[in-house]
Write a protein that binds this ligand. Structure first.
Ligand code: DHK
Length: 145
C-alpha cells in the first residue's frame, strides 16, 4: 500500500513570499513544504512536494502519483481555471485528489470562481493560507486510512 502523498504546485507558486503577500501570505513555498513534511510525518505519510510553471509537468506528475502514491493535494495555481488537461489527468487516475488554494478564490475576480479541475477531484479547500495545505493533507489522510 502506497504511503506517500504528492503535494503539487502550479505556476507562480515558486514566487510565494514576495508575490502579492496581502493575498498569498508571507510564507515561501519552502516554508510551506516544511509544514507539509511535518504534517505528513505526524499523519504517517511521506510527502513528495513539487512545483512547476509548466502544465505538462503537472500532468506527468499526476500520472506518476496515480501509479505510486496514496493521494494528491494540488494547488494548480492559474491552471485551476483553464486546464482541461489537468481535469483529464485527474480523471485518468484512481487515487483521491484534493484541490486547494491559499486564497478564497470565490471572494476574488470572477475568472477565479470557476475551477476546471473541481468536477474531477474529491473535494476543494480554499481560503486558509498555508493552512489550506495542512487541511488538504488531513482530508487525504482521513479518506485513505
Ligand atoms: C493561486 C494562484 O496562483 C491563482 O492563480 C489562483 C491560487 C489562486 C491560490 O489561492 O493559492 O487563482
Amino acid at each position: 500500500m502506497a504511503s506517500t502523498f504528492f503535494v503539487l504546485n502550479g505556476p507562480n507558486l515558486n514566487a510565494l513570499g514576495k508575490r502579492e503577500p496581502g493575498i498569498y501570505g508571507g510564507q515561501t513555498l519552502a516554508d510551506i513544504e516544511a509544514l507539509c513534511r511535518a504534517e505528513g510525518e505526524r499523519l504517517g505519510f511521506a510527502v513528495d512536494f513539487r512545483q512547476s510553471n509548466h502544465e505538462g509537468d503537472l500532468v506527468d506528475w499526476i500520472h506518476e502519483a496515480g501509479d505510486t502514491a496514496a493521494g494528491i493535494a494540488i494547488n494548480a495555481g492559474a491552471y485551476t481555471h483553464t486546464s482541461v488537461a489537468l481535469h483529464d489527468a485527474i480523471r485518468a487516475i484512481r487515487i483521491p485528489v484534493v484541490e486547494l488554494h491559499l486564497s478564497n478564490v470565490h471572494a476574488r475576480e470572477e475568472f477565479r470562481h470557476r475551477s476546471m479541475i473541481a468536477p474531477a477531484v474529491k473535494g476543494v479547500i480554499c481560503g486558509f493560507g498555508a493552512t489550506s495545505y495542512i487541511l488538504a493533507l488531513n482530508a487525504l489522510s482521513s479518506i485513505t486510512t
